[in-house]
Structure formats: C-alpha cells, structure tokens
Design a protein around this ligand. Structure first.
Ligand code: GDP
Ligand code: ZN
Length: 295
C-alpha cells in the first residue's frame, strides 16, 4: 500500500459515489475505471481499497465477495435476522421459509426474531423454527426483551434485517442503534451537495459489526439467476436433511413418492406441516424456473 492507499468497507453507494468507512472516518469515493470495465460496481458491505487524493477517494479494488443479495445490493453478509410474529400482521410462513432457503444457500445464518412477544409469545413459530435447527430469539421492541441477545450477535460482521411491514423491524433497529443518527448526519452532509437524495440501503456500525435494513420478504423471491436446483432444495431445510437418505427411492423428491421417510415424519408430526408445505411450494416454483431455462 502506498501512503495514500487505504482500505475500508463500503457503507452505501449513491449515484456513482461510494461512502467508505476507513479508520473511523467516512470517505466519499468514486470507482476507478478498471473496476467499471470489469462490470463490478462496489456495493454496501464490500471490502475495498482506495487511493486518497485530498479529501476524495478512488476505489481501485474490491475484495472477492463471500455472498451477496441484490435487493438491496449488499455483500459479505454474516447473518440475516428474520423478524416475524404471530401477532398481527402475522407473517406468511412460506415467505419466511423462502428467505431461510436463500440465506442458507448463500451461506448466511438465518436467525428468527419473534417480535411483539409482549402481546403474543408466538409459541407455534418458536416451536417450528427451533425444531428446524435455527436460532430463535423471542423479542419485544416495547419491553426490550431479547434486544440484548440480538445486539450481542450483531456486534460482529454484517447483519441484515428483514421482515414484512408492520412487524416492528424499524423499532428493533432503533433499539439497537441509538447512535444511528450520528453517522447518518455525517453522510448526509456530503450528499446535501445536491446529488441524490433517494433513500438507499446503508450499513450502520454496531459495535465492531454493521447492520443493514432490508426491505420486506418480497425482496427475497427466488429467481432464475439464483440457480438453486429443485434437487438441492432439501439441503436448505435442515429438518429434512437428516432424513432424505432413508426414503425408499434414491432421488426421492418427497412430494408423492411411496415410501418417503420425509412425508412419514410429517404425518407423525415430527416435521412441522407448515415447513413441509413450504418445501413443496418452493419445489414447484423451482421446477417451473427450470422449464423456462430449457426453452
Ligand atoms: P416495521 O414496519 O417492521 O418497521 O414496523 P415498526 O417498527 O414501524 O412497528 C410497527 C408497529 O408495531 C408500530 O406501531 C410499533 O409501535 C409496533 N411495535 C413494534 N414492535 C413492537 C413490540 O415489540 N410490541 C408491540 N406491542 N408493538 C410493537
Ligand atoms: Zn422422500
């Protein structure tokens, strides 16, 4: 590294400018020409190197990404907090399960946060997702229950938060980051030069880690680009993974084959029915995606 070369983490990108946190300061950077030629633009969460000239930086390299989400664009995610509740507006379990599939496929740890426990303990969801092998945290943005547990996990690496509107995601983020205003102010001062004022997804420091808000579950549709094969789907349902080699037929899809150990477990109440129904629904969706590809 030269004197003027630094490394940092991209907090957000707005209109061709990237805000990079490096040694406790935020630098406004552009992306160097070589990066643009490579068709790789920096996104929030990227580890980058940049050359500083005066106050402005030029990003010269992006470290290889461990994983990424496209809506919003964010890279190198360690965990995804999925905020859900049985209290209204209750989440559709298939949406939660689709999100967990995408997370596991991307090697992101899904963590279920059952918010609004002050009005409903969400026992069924707790049971379902605990049995699936996920970490489940009962929380309340009103009483503060579970918030410290969420914070302790979010203090390292990059954490995303998703959940359908009205579930209390903003309330939880506000509990986690009372200091959030500080950095927002610092970045907005730069953006106030009249560039782009659209609200963008942004990483906020939390301890040694970062958190980023993610729009509702609808951002997690499985698309063709995701390239999840229907045969692989069973690997992203941890409670099914342990049983599929016990089915009568090798290559059993667990949909209607005779002698299916997975369906037997569902019938016996050992695998929650909502999870199995999600499996079938997502399997059908994936089968359709493959049909398009064959065209
Ligand atoms: P978001 O759309 O997911 O960001 O939800 P908000 O954070 O805006 O919260 C939606 C509504 O739920 C607001 O009226 C909050 O006051 C309320 N709310 C959020 N968290 C809790 C909670 O833990 N318990 C209760 N009882 N209400 C909550
Ligand atoms: Zn089977």
């Amino acid at each position: 590294m030269t004197d003027t070369e630094r490394s940092g983490v991209v907090l957000k990108g707005v209109g061709g400018f990237y805000y990079v946190l490096s040694e406790g300061r935020v630098f406004e950077c552009k992306a160097g020409g070589r990066l643009r030629l490579g068709e790789l633009s920096p996104v929030a969460g990227d580890s980058v190197r940049f050359e500083l000239s005066g106050e402005d930086g030029l990003i010269t390299a992006i470290s290889p990404r461990r994983n990424s989400l496209t809506r919003p664009p964010v890279a190198n995610i360690d965990r995804l907090f999925i905020v859900a509740s049985s209290a209204p507006p209750a989440a559709d379990p298939t949406l939660i399960d689709t999100v967990t599939v995408i997370a596991l496929w991307q090697d992101i740890e899904p963590i279920i946060v059952l918010n609004k426990c002050d009005i409903d303990p969400s026992d069924e969801l707790y049971d379902t997702y605990t049995r699936a092998g996920f970490r489940v945290i009962r929380a309340s943005a009103v009483t503060g229950q579970g918030i410290e547990e969420v914070r302790a996990l979010a203090r390292e690496g990059i954490s995303c938060f998703t959940g359908n509107s009205g579930i209390g995601k903003s309330s939880i983020l506000n509990c986690l980051m009372p200091e959030r205003g500080l950095l927002v102010g610092r970045i907005s001062k730069k953006i106030a030069r009249g560039r782009n004022t659209t609200r963008q997804s942004e990483l906020f420091p939390c301890g040694d880690g970062f958190v980023i808000d993610t729009p509702g579950f609808s951002a997690f549709e499985i698309t063709r680009e995701d390239d999840i094969r229907k045969e692989q789907l069973q690997h992203y349902f941890p409670e099914i993974t342990g049983y599929f080699d016990k089915c009568r037929f090798a290559g059993c899809a667990h949909i209607k084959e005779p002698g299916c150990a997975v369906r037997q477990r569902v019938a016996d109440g050992l695998i929650p029915r909502t999870r199995y129904l999600s499996y079938c629904k997502i399997y059908e969706d994936l089968a359709r995606i493959k049909d398009w590809e064959r065209k």
